[in-house]
Design a protein around this ligand. Structure first.
Ligand SMILES: Cc1cc2nc3c(=O)[nH]c(=O)nc-3n(C[C@H](O)[C@H](O)[C@H](O)COP(=O)(O)OP(=O)(O)OC[C@H]3O[C@@H](n4cnc5c(N)ncnc54)[C@H](O)[C@@H]3O)c2cc1C
Length: 162
């Protein structure tokens, strides 16, 4: 489900993040385009507050409709939500839908930023080494990749590929 009204888009939690990004770009709405290439559903991506140095999805979230443990539908508004690096405080079992507020911009400018983000993300993830999943969570103040390299596990993984 993808609905659009002015600067707002409501997306179903089970929809693909890519479809939401493509939809927002088509409407001339900026704010999600630099997340292109991150795999996942809208619900999973909001729960994990996906993003990178260019920004995080949580910045655009205005309302989240969730299914609670006792089977009730509940709406959490922006002031009732907290997002931090790769985390949110959404702990209800199901995110049913998410409302985003985005900024109007020229479609050509949004498309240019999206293309640049795509190229940078793909360059950081060569096609032959594409990952199916991300297993590790960054511990506070450190990165999982740096710890893996320090433990020498990165070399083992490279050797396994050859
Ligand atoms: C190659 C690769 C590159 C990546 N690059 C990035 C990156 O640059 N930045 C970044 O932040 N992440 C990145 N990720 C991580 C990944 O894209 C996200 O974790 C993903 O978007 C999560 O969405 P998902 O639907 O796959 O959720 P899942 O992995 O299936 O679930 C993640 C969590 O969300 C919960 N969840 C899922 N759907 C819902 C729902 N509808 N309602 C409630 N809870 C739900 C699950 O229970 C689980 O706790 C990358 C992953 C891969 C494989």
């Amino acid at each position: 489900m993808l609905e659009w009204d002015g600067k707002r888009i409501v997306a179903g939690g089970g929809g693909q993040l890519f479809d939401l990004i493509a939809f927002s770009v088509r409407q001339g709405l900026a704010g999600l385009e630099t997340l292109v290439g991150i795999r996942g559903t809208v619900g999973g991506s909001v729960r994990c507050n996906v993003g990178d140095r260019s920004g995080e999805i949580g910045q655009a979230v205005q309302r989240v409709t969730v299914l609670t443990d006792d089977g009730k539908i509940h709406v959490r508004t922006r002031d009732q939500l907290a997002f931090s690096e790769h985390q949110s405080d959404i702990d209800e079992p199901v995110i049913l839908s998410v409302e985003f507020e985005l900024d109007k911009d020229a479609p050509a400018a949004i498309l240019k930023r999206m293309r640049k983000a795509w190229v940078l993300r793909k360059a950081a993830e060569p096609f032959s080494f594409q990952s199916a999943v991300r297993l590790f969570r960054n511990p506070p103040g450190q990165t999982a990749s740096a710890l893996i390299d320090r433990a020498g596990l990165g070399k083992l993984a490279s050797a396994g590929r050859n």
